[in-house]
Design a protein around this ligand. Structure first.
Ligand SMILES: Cc1ncc(COP(=O)(O)O)c(C=O)c1O
Length: 389
């Protein structure tokens, strides 16, 4: 098998990288170690880069349709990686990305003033999609039981019963905590939504990145009823580090909803594909599972290195168990910095994480730390914190 090197630094400065070139605008400092926005500092799989090069040599970048091989690649990925047989008819796509598609779905499934249930903490762009669309977020806060985030089913039952509740919008795994919902949790949640005629939108964009010992279950795979009541969104974006290509795959079994979704995509002329996205998707899903395995293993070693460092050098921090994603969700309250925590980390320590407050009020002492970087850089960041406390 090809040796993959994730340790040699690749300079991303000056490449229009949001993560590296965007820190001045985002944090007020250019020279911080950026461990915030969700992309990886690792080069793409060589097969994908080769496929891009072949296409560049061909020289023509016209409008792009999806081939039968493309559909087979998506279905093959679901089948081989997640033991899930998805029918070809249920597949649809949204080249502008997952958040674009979520906004279209919110518009199709609800009216301004309706309620949308969300477990919190949750990804800020999902929450913004709800509020910017004039819908009301009904928060169903996760609870911590034995150092693990759990769904609060009693709270969920109460808010699902509120008038004008139309949608439950979730992330599986939950971003930022990394919790992967179990089949039991998903079935119970699905039954409650069915009782209250609520549609589930499950954003599974991080679901391919699963740590050893954990397992991902796609919610619609659990029963035909759940498949009809839900929409699942995924992408090659996080899995294969292709965020700049803006692709999204949707599984919509409800024929009426799928057709309404496709009509909107046709109206905006977004039904065709992003050429490089299409090339990458087909190559990734058919030939790059080994690359993903190597990335997961490297990130898992980063996780272990960080946890060991925290244990011995920074016991004031609490890192929650990382089941999935490449984020560590860390409680920094033990440093005693209070409201000054963010500026302390940026100005004094020179490290930029995603602040927990972005995922819900009440998480001002938490940080979401992106571990998809060189191990040496990760440890340098935490050494800088250690030296400055
Ligand atoms: C849960 C979740 N959904 C969606 C996205 C973004 O998806 P896209 O770029 O396809 O809109 C992210 C990116 O961080 C994410 O974490």
């Amino acid at each position: 098998m090809m040796h993959l090197d994730f340790d040699t630094p690749i300079d991303r400065c000056g490449t229009q990288s949001y993560k590296w070139d965007g820190t001045l605008a985002e944090f007020g400092r250019k020279d911080v170690i950026p461990m915030w926005v969700a992309d990886m500092d690792f080069p793409c799989a060589p097969e994908i880069l080769d496929a891009f090069s072949d296409r560049v040599r061909h020289g023509i970048m016209g409008y792009t349709i999806r081939s039968q091989q493309y559909m087979d690649a998506v279905r093959g990925w679901f089948r081989n990686r997640h033991s899930w047989d998805v029918s070809e008819e249920a597949l649809t796509f949204a080249p502008p990305g997952v958040i674009f598609a979520v906004n279209v779905l919110i518009d199709l499934l609800s009216e301004p003033g309706d309620r949308i249930v969300m477990q919190t903490p949750n990804y800020d762009a999902l929450m913004n999609s709800v509020s910017a669309g004039g819908r009301i977020i009904s928060e169903n806060p996760l609870k911590v039981v034995n150092n693990r985030y759990e769904l609060d089913f009693d709270g969920l039952e109460q808010i699902l019963a509120l008038p004008r509740t139309k949608i439950l919008l979730m992330s599986n795994p939950n971003n930022p905590t990394g919790r992967l919902w179990t089949p039991e949790e998903l079935s119970r949640l699905g039954d409650l939504c069915a009782q209250h005629h609520v549609t589930i939108i499950s954003d599974d964009i991080h679901a391919d990145i699963v740590m050893p010992g954990y397992h991902y279950t796609p919610l619609p795979s659990l029963s035909p009823e759940l498949a009809q009541r839900s929409v699942l969104l995924t992408s090659t974006n996080k899995t294969f580090n292709l965020g700049g290509l803006q692709m999204a795959t949707l599984v919509i079994y409800d024929e009426v909803l799928r057709s309404r979704f496709n009509q909107v995509m046709a109206r905006y002329q977004t039904r065709l594909d992003n050429l490089f996205g299409a090339i990458a998707l087909e190559t990734a899903y058919t030939s790059c599972g080994y690359w993903l395995d190597a990335v997961i293993s490297y990130i898992n070693e980063n996780r272990k290195a960080l946890e060991a460092f925290i244990r011995t050098e920074l016991p004031q921090l609490t890192a929650y168990p990382m089941e999935s994603t490449y984020f560590s969700w860390i409680d920094f309250s033990g440093l005693g910095k209070g409201e000054g925590l963010e500026r302390f980390l940026i100005d004094t320590c020179g490290v930029a994480f995603t602040p927990g407050r972005e995922f819900s009020a009440g998480y001002g002492q938490f940080m979401r730390v992106n571990l998809a970087c060189r191990r040496e850089l990760l440890l340098t960041a935490f050494r800088q914190i250690r030296q400055n406390i």
